[in-house]
Design a protein around this ligand. Structure first.
Ligand code: MBD
Ligand code: FE
Length: 283
């Protein structure tokens, strides 16, 4: 990254992620939990915290540092970022136990609804001088019996070659590298985009400071995000990664799965081609 590259500060991307999350729960509806389950979940969570305090003999200064940090996470709007990086993978793993077809993984904080609808063979909206190697990502959407699903929606979003997401970085045009591709005959699609770069958690906010304090790294491997949906079928939210890419084995968000790794082929013109078929189960 060059010094002139505008950076999506934690404050900017965190606050936007909070607004996007509020809008998405308003749209999707947040489930409520009965008192018995609330009692159990809250009590067990507090007990787990108490156990760490007891066993690690947490000091008052450490407690005050934690309090300050928690306040900062809220004030900077980083709760969606923090929770999606460090907690969502476990929720997804529980959900995955009851799911068939293409494996899901975490959604993360940067999905935006209502993006441009595109035909089955399409180029994602991008800048005229969009950096990065061209990637043609193609495949087919089918049901569990192998029947093709034409008219399926592949709701697609990714970071640019510098690792920034449109809508969460002020220097990027709205809708950049986002789109809803509708599968054609035989459920096929081919999306022209660019190969994304690894993503670094903003290091200037409380999530980044925590990572630094613990001596961890803030990286996710390069990835594409997708939600695939078709009438009468369960929607799958997933990500695809790139074989041989950095951080594949140490994703800070613990969201990689072997089955979700693409092996792109380099074409004669220097571009890459990668294929992936999606399999949806009945709703
Ligand atoms: C990302 O790009 C992402 O996918 C997740 C899960 C968390 C932070 C940034
Ligand atoms: Fe991401």
């Amino acid at each position: 990254m060059t010094a002139t590259q505008p950076s999506p500060t934690a404050a900017g991307s965190g606050a936007n992620a909070s607004a996007a999350f509020r809008a998405s729960t308003a749209r999707r509806g947040a489930a409520s939990t009965g008192q018995e389950r609330a009692d159990r979940l809250i009590r067990r969570t507090l007990e787990a915290v108490h156990e760490v305090i007891r066993e690690e003999e947490l000091t008052y200064p450490e407690f005050q540092a934690v309090k300050r940090w928690l306040m900062e996470v809220g004030e900077s709007g980083e709760w969606p970022l923090f929770l999606d990086v460090f907690v969502e993978h476990e929720v997804e793993a529980v959900a995955a136990k009851a799911q068939h077809g293409t494996l899901g993984t975490i959604e993360g904080p940067y999905y935006l609804p209502d993006q441009q609808r595109l035909p089955a063979v399409a180029t994602l909206p991008m800048r005229a001088d969009e950096k990065g190697d061209r990637l043609v990502f193609s495949g087919q959407v089918r049901d569990l019996d192998g029947n093709p699903l034409p008219g399926a929606e592949i709701d697609f979003w990714q970071a640019d070659a510098d690792g920034y997401y449109s809508g969460f970085a002020p220097h990027l045009p709205e809708g950049n590298l986002r789109g809803v591709i509708v599968s054609g005959d035989e459920g096929r699609f081919a999306i022209t985009t660019i190969k994304p770069a690894p993503y670094q958690i903003p290091t200037d906010g409380p999530t980044g400071k925590m990572i630094t304090a613990a001596g961890w790294h803030p990286w996710r491997p390069a990835h594409l995000h997708l939600m695939v949906r078709a009438g009468g079928h369960r929607q799958v939210t997933t990500q695809l990664y790139f074989a041989g890419g950095e951080w594949l084995d140490s994703d800070v968000a613990s969201a990689t799965k072997d089955e979700l790794v693409l092996t792109p082929d380099r074409q004669d013109d220097g571009s890459y081609a990668a294929k992936y078929d999606f399999v949806l189960e009945s709703a």
